[in-house]
Write a protein of this length. Structure first.
Length: 198
């Protein structure tokens, strides 16, 4: 495992980033200098190696030329993003991390005077999809009902029963007005009576 305290360990981690790929003469030294110029953790270095390697592989195969950082265009980076998501089926977070890596590498190369512009700057990251709210499982519901009953907390029982038996969300419950609550409670009472629970 590479260590931030041993330069030889850091060098070995980046040595194989372009192994088996047609690249320019300076690319390995540039990428090694980028890694050495920052205090990245070993896990970050490994991830950055993978991201830059993926870009180099796609660039050299799609363009049928050596991967040279000065020849990378915005189109190449956009194709890279699409390739990772559509063809490789990688997660949104993985694709976005790869874009951030490429953008950071090119930003560093601009600062060092190796390239004039950042081809990744205009390529937007993928939007993350918000996940649907996760419901409670039966044991969690039973635990809450038992706790409410043991504490004899009428208010908590009313709130929780409204959420549980109507299927509404917390935001829906907060927006309810008094006449809505009375209607809900009336429905609950009539349901309980018809089931012989009231």
């Amino acid at each position: 495992m590479a260590s931030n305290f041993r330069p030889e360990g850091r060098q070995n981690l980046g040595d194989k980033v372009f192994e088996g790929i047609l690249v320019g003469k300076e690319e390995l030294a540039l990428f090694a200098a980028y890694l050495d110029g920052h205090d990245f953790s070993p896990n970050s270095r490994s991830a950055f190696n993978q991201d830059i390697r993926k870009l180099a592989v796609l660039f050299s195969s799609a363009n049928r030329e050596r991967f040279v950082v000065g020849r990378v265009t915005t189109r190449d980076v956009a194709d890279f993003k699409d390739h990772l998501r559509r063809e490789k089926g990688q997660a949104v977070a993985t694709v976005n991390r790869a874009l951030v890596t490429v953008r950071g590498f090119f930003a560093w190369m601009i600062d060092q005077g190796h390239v004039a512009s950042n081809p990744a700057k205009k390529v937007k990251e993928l939007k993350r999809q918000t996940l649907a709210p996760k419901g409670l499982d039966r044991s969690q519901v039973r635990r809450l009902l038992r706790e409410i009953e043991l504490r004899q907390d009428v208010r908590a029982g009313a709130v929780f029963s409204t959420l549980l038996y109507t299927g509404c969300r917390v935001s829906d419950l907060v927006n309810l007005e008094l006449h809505d609550l009375l209607l809900v409670l009336l429905c609950e009472f009539s349901l309980a009576s018809s089931c012989g629970l009231g």
